[in-house]
Design a binder for this molecule. Sequence first.
Ligand code: AFP
Length: 324
Amino acid sequence: MTVSGKRQTLNEFVTSAFSGDAQLDGLDAVISAIAEGARQVHRQVEAAALADVLGVTGETNVQGEIVQRLDTASSDIFVDVLRNSGRVAIIGCEELERPVIAGDDAKHAYMVLMDPLDGSSNIDVAVSIGSIFGIWRRNPSDPVTDDSLLRPGHEQVVAAYVVYGSSTVMVTATRNSVQGFTLDPETGSFAITHPDLRIPEECPYYSTNEGNFKTLDESTQRAVTSLRDTYSLRYVGSLVADFHRNLLKGGIFLYPADRNRPDGRLRLMYEANPLGFVAEQAGGAASTGRQRIMDIMPEKLHQRTPLILGNRDVVEKAVAIIGG
Ligand code: AFP
C-alpha cells in the first residue's frame, strides 16, 4: 500500500469533475498537463543544487528582472506539456515577452496564463516557491491573437497553483470548488489531501513586505498599522507560499501600490487573477484597494496591479481604510 493509499488522484478527480460537461471538454487534459509539468519542476527544484542548475542565466526578462536558470527551465517545461496536451490555443508567461500560440482549431479551446516559477529570489535558499496558472475558455470562432488573452479574471474556468515546499501541493479552483492535492513521492501522482478548501473564519496572520511601509501613502499606512495591531506578521516573499499558508490557516496578503511602484509590483494576468479566483471560490476576496481584481479589464499581458487578498471581512476592512 503506497503512502497515498486509496486517496483519489488529481487525474481521477478532474476526469470525473469535468466529464459530461461539453462546455469543459478537454479541460482535464490541460490540468493533467500542468500536474505533469509540476512533477518535472518538483524534481528540478529538489535536486537543483546537486544538478548545478541554481544561479542566473545572465539575461533580464520583460519585467526587468534577472532570470534564474530554473525560471527558464520551468517556463520551457510548462510550455511543452501545455502544447502537447493538444487542447491549448495560447499561453501567456511571465518569462516570455510575447504569448506562445499553440494551436487555433476548435480543439484548442483553452487559453493559459502562467507564472512558471514564482518567488525566484528564494530558489537558492531552499525557501518555498511555486507556479501559478489561470485558464480561460476561448471562443472557437475568434482568431487566436496576442490580445485573445486580455480577458477579465471572473471569466476564468479554472485557476491552479503549485507550492514546492516541505511537500509539493497543487491546488485547483473551479466555481465553488477548491481542492488540494499532495505529490506522493512513491507513485509520482498527486493525491487528494485537502478536499473542499474554504478560508477559515479566523484570521491570525497578515503578510506584507514591511520594508516598503515608508513608501506607502498615508491611508495605506493606516491600513497596515491596523493589521499590525491585530494580527501576527508572516512573510516568506514568495506570493504562492504566503497565499497558501493564509488559505489554509486564515490571513490577509497585501502588496499595495507605493511611491516606487504606483501600479504595484505583482502581475495581474498570472499572479493576481488566478490567486484572486482561488481566494473568491474559497470564500475570500481579492482587491486592488479600490477595485475587485476579477473585474479589471486587462490592457497589457504583463501589467502590474496592487493586490490585497485573503479573508473577505479583513480585506473589506483594509479596503475601507485605504479608501476604496
Ligand atoms: P521573484 O519571483 O522575483 O522572487 O518575486 C517574487 C514576487 O513576485 C512574489 O512572489 C512576492 O510576493 C513578491 O515578489 C516579493 O516582493 P518583495 O521582495 O518586494 O517583498
